[in-house]
Write a protein that binds this ligand. Structure first.
Ligand SMILES: [Zn+2]
Length: 1049
């Protein structure tokens, strides 16, 4: 070898090139024979983009027409079924024959008797899967017949001239390859050997002796190789074997390689395509497992397993078989790989509950790893939830995408809000779709930030996002890197083995406390606003359905609890929480799907809720002549006194105030017990603390009750807010509240995902509004504001104040038709604090209100649930919402993100009419002494009035009560998962919401037989003594507590 490293490395590329030199290099000898005339094809295009089952497809056999290489199929999303008949030529006596196929789209091979055999991925990229290995029986018979279900989309959908662009509806896919071929196995093996050695020459340091030896060896192989001479192939392999036979040292770094195919449950394709992606991907992996008995593959998302179970039962059986051989391993235990910012705490619990239940039922197995490589930030409560759901490890890599700060750890203990820990590993290869190259393996060691504390890394490989999974070449490469001097040792492994090894063999691993904030994709708290509204609505709808169904069961003594229906509806909510659906980063077709699913949940859930309430009324009332009035139901834990709207009845008298729409009456209801009901047959007139509203002068409007006085200018902006109790002005001098602002919103690339920090530099106040008074009290006052955002967008807002609270509600309707604009509303308040409080799942997080460091600044847009709060020592202001998740509190300005208008991947994102509410709530005392958590629930879970006449119920009833501890919150009341309906077993899920250990008493008006503390899977941990009508409990800061109570009959 002459001495020139870079020219020699250049020579390696030419040796493997499938373009230039492919007539004389290694690739020229990969096949000894190829024949396309042996393959006869007919095809049937399914009309109307329908995806039909196998049986239906083959019933159309008489409609299959001959097709040939060069024919095109389409348009986008159409399905083409091919019948493939192969006649193996008589003179082919080879042991291995490949069928090679490239229609530049995705395909699934089906056997004649309807079994999915293997997926095919067209195109010429690294992810392509063109080969299907004919079975020995096929070769013996000399003829083969099967079907290919071709889907007219690529691995990443049908993006119009770019990955994330909205789909091009008119794509065509050309069949460019349909043939059989016999591989020269020796040359194939040499190819993989050479890839390893040449890559070591390229990727090891210039001056390393192993790198230099690799350079010499690879060069020598090229010199020896002759594509026409079989002996030269063996000689070349011997040279390779000598090099690869030198072993790594005892202290070499360990890389645990895990095959996977990340299948986004919906993204650049709709749910129905994902069902087929699962079959294509997983069938391919089963074939690889047959070929490589030591090959290990993991798959997550019970929903995808459930689809395969019902649509591809034979494949599901094969998966179960390969689970027994420890090759096909379910992982993660969640229903889908969900967004981890937006879902409520209860949604998180259900993701694991239903996921774990599925895997236990069908595999008798539950993973110990929470597996979520690809979501956009991780809630601070997840370490606890992982623990209470029976797991202890966590895997991701997403924070390697941070665009401001580099995350400092690879292997560490993630410490949650409550102090729970989860051993966490971020794959140092910074990907979950690694190609399994030498460079990936080297990067694992080089980029591992904790090699001082542990010697293990995880490499997650396989084509992914659109599914696919590992390819033969990946496994071949990894097996060669098992023990080679100069490289880490590669182990094909179950990830549980990796985590156990890491746990037992690491020292002094670092810790990371609190949320794993993702410094990118901050637009996902806001994009696809309706989807987010539906998420909040349906989470609380099922909260109500479960509570009222329990109440009905316990009060009526019937066995009528719609457990299966509720579980189905929950699973639909969980499905739509997938990490590209709820965040708003999918194509428009996905939101057509999710909207349909949400509407179904709302329709069925509302029916279930009404049924339960009606049954409570029916069973708990007795005839009462002349009686009429309202039964008020309360599904939150607090005793509530509120002004509510009720339908106006014919000939109704005694109406203290009509709503501005004139079709509703306003009534004041007092002391409605928590988790119960009360009758209001003679509703009280409010005669004190009235609210008033008046025009002060031509330019200002005042809303006032005994607690606060709010003044608005003639554009609807709040120019003053005075707390009457202490006579304090809350609006910052020369600033305003309820100021709508519009920002330019053009991120760097990921349109629906990202809002970039510079958008804050280019925003303007919307000042084009007018105001009128539409309700003047005494029960409620209201201003109507109309604001013009632009020629094509406007806002109609009604601002309400009642006599009973400091809360000012802003009911908002926006007609939105913008491009790359971001609408926010801002309140600048005279409150000083360097941190603000944002509600998260089962708790809150504090984040800075300043940009001191790059880590602080990176949080310029953050996620909050029902409220965000800015409090100083003795006073604070909260901004509540009914469906928004994007907030920013910077210095003294509270911003709520309302609507965005990205154009990719859905060019229609958020165009149209939106209805949502937010509320401003000033409070005396800091956040810790406030009742903001309670107010967040009340704002989202209204009291439910039911008109009844000629009947009467007991005066009032309360199922559960907690003694005067405002930080202990009962979030969920549901029927126990593993108990028969006749057992009267109710699960109560509580959490500590403010961060302090608390002793409390839980009461019930109904007799309880037994009470147990359980884990999140509702497995009993210990009994708690229930005495008379209560039990004593202690809850630690931010803990989630699951109780199971058996009620007497
Ligand atoms: Zn993903």
């Amino acid at each position: 070898m002459l001495k020139h490293r870079s020219i020699t490395i250049g020579r390696f590329n030419g040796f493997l090139s499938s373009g230039t030199f492919s007539d004389v290099n290694l690739t020229s000898a990969l096949y000894s024979k190829r024949d396309s005339s042996a393959v006869k094809l007919t095809a049937y295009t399914v009309p109307n983009c329908k995806r039909i089952p196998f049986k239906e497809a083959i019933s159309k056999l008489n409609e299959f027409k001959p097709v040939k290489i060069g024919d095109s199929f389409g348009p986008s999303w159409v399905t083409v079924w091919f019948n493939v008949k192969i006649t193996i030529p008589d003179n082919w006596n080879d042991e291995v024959i490949y069928f090679l196929w490239n229609c530049n789209n995705e395909g699934l091979i089906w056997s004649l008797d309807g079994k999915p055999l293997q997926g095919l991925t067209g195109g010429g990229g690294d992810d392509s899967r063109h080969e299907y290995i004919l079975t020995k029986e096929d070769i013996k018979k000399k003829s083969v017949e099967f079907y290919i279900e071709g889907a007219c989309n690529g691995m990443f959908g049908n993006g119009d001239n770019g990955l994330i662009n909205p789909p091009d509806p008119n794509r065509q896919f050309t069949l460019s390859k349909a043939e059989i071929a016999t591989p020269n196995m020796e040359v194939w093996h040499l190819l993989y050997d050479f890839q390893i050695i040449a890559s070591m020459a390229k990727n090891l340091p210039d001056n390393s002796s192993r790198g230099s030896q690799a350079l010499y060896t690879a060069n020598k192989i090229i010199n020896v190789f002759d594509p026409k001479c079989k002996e030269s192939w063996s000689k070349a392999r011997e040279i390779a074997a000598e090099f690869l036979g030198k072993h790594a040292g005892d202290a070499a770094h360990n890389v645990y390689a895990i095959g996977n195919c990340h299948i986004d449950t919906a993204w650049l394709w709709p749910y129905d395509e994902t069902k087929r992606k699962c079959a294509r991907s997983w069938a391919s992996q089963i074939r690889l497992m047959e070929k490589y008995p030591d090959y290990v593959f993991v798959a997550s998302q019970a929903q995808q397993f459930e689809w395969v179970r019902t649509l591809y039962p034979t494949l599901f059986e094969e998966m179960k078989e390969k689970f027994k051989t420890k090759q096909f391993i379910p992982i993660g235990n969640t229903w889908v790989e969900m967004d981890c910012n937006i879902p409520s705490g209860e949604s998180f619990v259900r993701q694991f509950l239903y996921g774990t239940k599925f895997f236990k039922e069908y595999f008798d197995y539950s993973s110990d790893i929470f597996w979520l490589p690809d979501t956009f930030g991780y809630s601070a409560q997840l370490p606890q939830i992982i623990n209470i759901m029976g797991m202890k490890y966590f895997f991701t890599q997403k924070l390697s995408w941070n665009n401001i700060n580099k995350f400092p750890h690879t292997s560490f203990y993630w410490v949650g809000l409550d102090g729970s820990e989860a051993l966490t590993h971020f794959s140092p290869a910074n990907t979950y779709t690694a190609n399994a190259t030498v460079n990936d393996v080297i990067t694992c060691e080089k980029n591992n930030k904790d090699t001082a504390y542990s010697n293990d890394s995880l490499l997650v490989y396989g084509v992914g996002d659109g599914g696919g999974g590992p390819l033969m070449k990946m496994i071949e490469r990894l097996k060669r890197m098992n023990n080679v001097d100069g490289l880490p040792k590669v182990i094909l492994s179950d990830p549980s083995i990796f985590y156990k090894h890491l746990e037992e063999n690491s020292n002094d691993l670092p810790k990371w406390n609190g949320e794993l904030y993702f410094e990118l994709h901050r637009g996902t708290y806001t994009s696809q606003a309706k989807n987010k509204l539906y998420n909040r609505l349906t989470e609380y709808l099922l909260h109500d359905v479960e509570f009222f169904s329990c109440l009905s069961l316990l009060l009526n003594g019937s066995s009528n609890y719609p457990k299966d229906e509720i579980e189905e509806l929950w699973k639909d909510i969980l499905l739509n929480q997938f990490h590209d659906v709820l965040p708003g980063s999918s194509i428009g077709m996905v939101y057509d799907d999710s909207t349909k699913i949400y509407k179904n949940i709302i329709e069925k859930g509302t029916k279930l809720k009404d049924n339960a309430i009606n049954s409570i009324i029916f069973n708990s009332s007795k005839p009462a002549e002349g009686k009429k009035g309202y039964e008020i139901f309360n599904s939150t834990q607090w005793t509530r006194s509120e002004v509510i709207e009720v339908p106006l009845l014919p000939n109704q008298t005694n109406v203290q105030q009509l709503s501005h729409s004139k079709n509703k009456a306003l009534i004041y209801v007092e002391d409605i017990p928590g988790f119960g009901y009360k009758n209001v047959y003679d509703n009280k007139l409010v005669n004190k603390n009235l609210s008033i509203c008046y025009q002060n002068d031509t330019k200002t409007y005042v809303m006032k009750n005994s607690y606060i006085t709010a003044t608005f200018d003639d554009m609807g902006r709040m120019i003053s807010l005075i707390d009457n109790e202490i006579n304090r002005e809350l609006i910052l001098e020369n600033a305003k509240g309820n100021q709508f602002k519009i920002y330019d919103d053009a991120p760097l690339y990921w349109d629906a995902w990202d809002v970039e920090i510079y958008h804050l530099e280019k925003g303007s106040d919307i000042t084009n509004g007018n105001v009128k008074i539409i309700e003047e009290g005494p029960l409620r006052v209201a201003l109507e504001i109309r604001i013009k955002i632009s020629e094509q967008s406007n806002i109609k807002q009604i601002i309400y104040l009642t006599p009973i609270s400091k809360r000012i509600d802003f009911e908002t309707e926006v007609e939105w038709n913008e491009s790359h604009k971001f609408l926010k509303v801002e309140f600048s308040v005279d409150i000083l604090c360097d941190t603000a409080t944002y509600e998260t799942a089962f708790g809150y997080v504090k984040r800075p209100t300043h940009y001191n460091t790059s880590w602080d600044m990176a949080k310029f847009e953050v996620c909050g649930h029902k409220f965000a709060d800015l409090s100083e020592y003795s006073y604070g202001v909260s901004l509540l919402n009914d469906s928004k998740y994007g907030y920013a509190i910077h210095e003294k300005t509270i911003r709520l993100s309302l609507l965005r208008s990205p154009k990719a991947p859905d060019d229609n994102c958020d165009i149209g009419t939106h209805n949502f509410k937010y509320a401003l709530l000033p409070h005396i005392g800091s956040f810790y002494t406030s009742n903001i958590v309670e107010e967040g629930y009340k704002f989202n879970v209204p009291l439910i009035p039911r008109y009844i006449e000629e009947m009467e119920m007991d005066n009032s009833f309360q199922l559960f009560k907690i003694n005067d501890k405002k930080n202990v919150i009962i979030d969920t009341i549901k029927y126990a998962e593993n108990e028969k309906i006749t057992e009267n077993a109710i699960v109560v899920r509580l959490y500590e919401a403010y961060g302090g250990t608390t002793q409390f008493k839980l009461f019930s008006e109904l007799p309880v037989k037994k009470c147990y503390v359980c884990n999140g899977l509702e497995e009993i941990i210990q009994e708690v003594e229930w005495k008379e009508n209560s039990c004593n409990l202690t809850i630690k800061p931010f803990k989630i507590m699951t109780l199971k109570l058996f009620f007497k009959k």
